[in-house]
Design a protein around this ligand. Structure first.
Ligand code: FAD
Length: 339
């Protein structure tokens, strides 16, 4: 069990800026996100798209915005729990809260901030009979530790960036790697597709155009996948690990079970503190709901700032909060490591 000042559920832009504002007030944050990297919608849905309405940044891509936020919060060294879904939120007798993840992580804090956007990104499952029997043992929708694929017969299915990135990343480790995609063309960046094709030409991996027809194995362990090629007869590929990358959907997920009031899948908050109906639980960014709410990145930044000031009083009840400007306060500049 770990303890911190503030637990953030979600690692989108609102949560990242919250780390900065909390850090200025001397509060330590832990961040949980089901994705394997921070950035929420910006990195997952539009990394290369230019954004034009970030104050004082006339144009900036989704990826660049997150990269800059990560630089900005570096002095506060937040603890990231990526590839983990926050599944439970329970009150403690002390007035604090306990958050648990599907990975077995348990964190306690006086303040929890829900910054979950439209909900958790969850992998789209391919319609293959019995695939759930192998989930977590032979079928993986994300890579937490690539070492588990060393010397294994790996099959990757899909034609987007994740499928191609992991093909290139895992090929040197795997005993054998096969990529299966239903057509010749890919949705991934050209450079990755070219790298994959070069590996195929060099005889280092296989690429098949077709669909997975069925799986074979026992007791959660896959032994082979059977492929229906675009042209021709079914064939088998020896397989210890199957990684289907068919994109992500967004679902509110476990947040719906956190005992918070919901209005059209969003969490009503006040506009002074951005606190929910449960004291000590705040909601910021796209997931919060109040009159006039706009689902914009800059709204999330404002909400994060006011939330942080309210959170301070819960996390440090015996201390006074002194309002300071970063341009003028030497103590804030020390925290930022610029003095
Ligand atoms: P998100 O970015 O949605 O991040 C939420 C994170 O929480 C996700 O990573 C999710 O996986 C995680 N999460 C949820 N539940 C759980 C859980 N239980 N456990 C673990 N993790 C969880 N806004 C602008 O201001 N300007 C623009 O130009 C602009 N362009 C856009 C273009 C597109 C195509 C889209 C889709 C959106 C655009 N937006 C734009 C909106 C902007 O991206 C959102 O307002 C912003 O991302 C919201 O940030 P957030 O931090 O609230 O949530």
């Amino acid at each position: 069990m770990q303890k911190t000042d503030v637990i953030l559920v979600g690692a989108g832009p609102a949560a990242l800026f919250a780390v900065f504002e909390l850090g200025l007030l001397g509060l330590k944050a832990y961040i949980i996100d089901i994705l394997d990297r921070p950035g929420g919608q910006c990195t997952e849905l539009y990394p290369d798209k230019p954004i034009y309405d970030i104050p004082a940044a006339p144009v900036m891509t989704g990826d660049k915005l997150i990269e800059q936020l990560m630089v900005q919060i570096k002095p506060f060294a937040p603890e990231f729990h990526l590839c983990e879904m926050a599944t439970r939120l329970d009150p403690l007798e002390t007035g604090s809260w306990r958050v648990e993840t599907d990975h077995g992580t348990v964190i306690e804090a006086p303040v929890v901030v829900i910054a979950g956007g439209p909900g958790s990104f969850q992998p789209k499952k391919p319609p293959i009979t019995g695939i759930d029997d192998y989930k977590g043992t032979s079928v993986f929708y994300a890579v937490r530790d690539k070492e588990i694929f060393r010397n294994k017969h790996v099959v990757i299915a899909g034609g987007g960036d994740s499928a191609l990135d992991w093909t290139i990343e895992l090929q040197p480790l795997a005993a054998q790697l096969s990529l299966i995609h239903h057509r010749e063309g890919f949705r991934a960046v050209e450079n990755s597709v070219n790298q994959m094709r070069a590996l195929v030409d060099a005889g280092k991996m296989n690429f098949h155009i077709g669909k997975i027809d069925h799986l074979s194995g026992a007791e959660g362990k896959l032994s082979s996948v059977t492929v229906q090629p675009k042209d021709g007869e079914l064939f088998d590929i020896t397989c210890d690990a199957l990684l289907p990358f068919f994109g992500l959907t967004m679902k509110l997920g476990p947040i719906a079970e956190f005992g918070l009031n919901l209005h059209e899948n969003r969490i009503p908050v006040d506009t002074e503190k951005f606190e929910t109906n449960r004291p000590g639980i705040f909601a910021i960014g796209d997931i919060c709901d109040y009159p006039g709410k706009l689902k914009l990145i800059l709204s999330g930044f404002h909400e994060a700032t006011l939330m942080a000031h309210a959170a301070f009083h819960l996390a440090r009840p015996d201390q006074k909060l002194k309002f300071q400007h970063t341009s003028a306060s030497s103590s804030l500049q020390e925290k930022l490591g610029v003095k």
